[in-house]
Ligand binder design. Structure first.
Ligand code: ADP
Length: 268
């Protein structure tokens, strides 16, 4: 069996994209999709003459259409590939969520079918000129990650951002993710700690919802010699804005999460 021809197709399609970033997490529910959407919005806002896109390969739980406020939109196929859905003039998104007939449809696919879909997503979306491509992956290190890593290895992948909470179970899993990146030669751009603290809107008291018994993500990054990008607080407004597909960054510029995200974007 010769090399997978998909590798060359992905290379041809994505070669010109300047920054290709995988967003990974060890556990589900730590905020990986939310941060992918927020980072893409922030990048598009900060670089108005550059084009940003999100590719959602979280096949079993595609949430980008909802968080980016374009759920229910249709994608079309043309001679040059699938056209993504535009959130802003310079921000587009492609997700399996657009291809499901109902948001409640569950996808139960085995490895080869997932691999085929990821190859198609990576090689057949007509992004136009693109500067940043953020790829939202499922949690863990499964078939999808290996497929994406294989296809992107030759397409000059920039690196991966890892998302975790300070909780020990999440940190344990993110360590595995770091190990995966080392094994498949993916550069780690850094780790973001999400939901680090909660400031009560009534009494302003600060609480640690997920206590960092071993020093949290920052300490882990120092131990493992990987960059630490920043900590975002748990912010109920952020959850609400994302549920409603609204632009948190533009509408709440003074919130701590917005400020931290802007600092992280500067580092990318
Ligand atoms: P994952 O992609 O890691 O499975 P999600 O991005 O879907 O996780 O986030 C899980 C839930 O947590 C969502 O309902 C999201 O709105 C919420 N969430 C994520 N980050 C924050 C935050 N910093 N503050 C408040 N809610 C958050």
């Amino acid at each position: 069996k010769g090399p997978d021809p998909g590798i060359q197709l992905v290379q041809e399609r994505l070669e010109q994209v300047k920054h290709k970033i995988l967003v990974l997490s060890g556990k589900g529910g730590v905020g990986k999709s939310t941060l992918t959407a927020l980072l893409s919005r922030g990048l598009a806002l900060n670089n108005s003459n550059e084009n940003v896109a999100v590719l959602d390969i979280d096949i079993c739980g595609p949430s980008q259409p909802r968080v980016l406020g374009v759920a229910g939109e249709q994608v079309h196929q043309s001679g040059s590939g699938w056209s993504p859905v535009y959130v802003e003039d310079n921000l587009s998104v492609m997700s399996i969520g657009f291809l499901l007939s109902s948001v409640d449809d569950a996808i139960i696919w085995r490895g080869p079918k997932k691999n085929g879909m990821i190859r198609q997503f990576l090689s057949e979306v007509d992004w136009g000129n693109l500067d940043y491509l953020l790829i939202d992956t499922p949690p863990g290190t499964s078939d999808e990650h290996l497929s994406a890593a294989t296809y992107l290895a030759k397409a000059n992948l920039t690196g991966a951002i890892l998302v975790t909470t300070p909780q020990e179970v999440a940190l344990l899993d993110v360590r595995k993710e770091i190990d995966f990146c080392h094994k498949v030669n993916i550069k780690i751009l850094g780790v973001i700690e999400n939901m680090s603290i909660f400031v009560c809107p009534c009494c302003k008291r600060l609480s640690e919802i997920f206590p960092a018994t071993t020093g949290g993500a920052k300490q882990m990054c120092m131990d493992l010699d990987v960059p630490f990008l920043g900590s975002l607080p748990l912010d109920p407004l952020l959850a609400r804005y994302c549920d409603e597909g609204k632009d948190y960054l533009t509408e709440l510029p003074d919130n701590t999460a917005t400020k931290v995200l802007c600092e992280i974007i500067e580092k990318l």
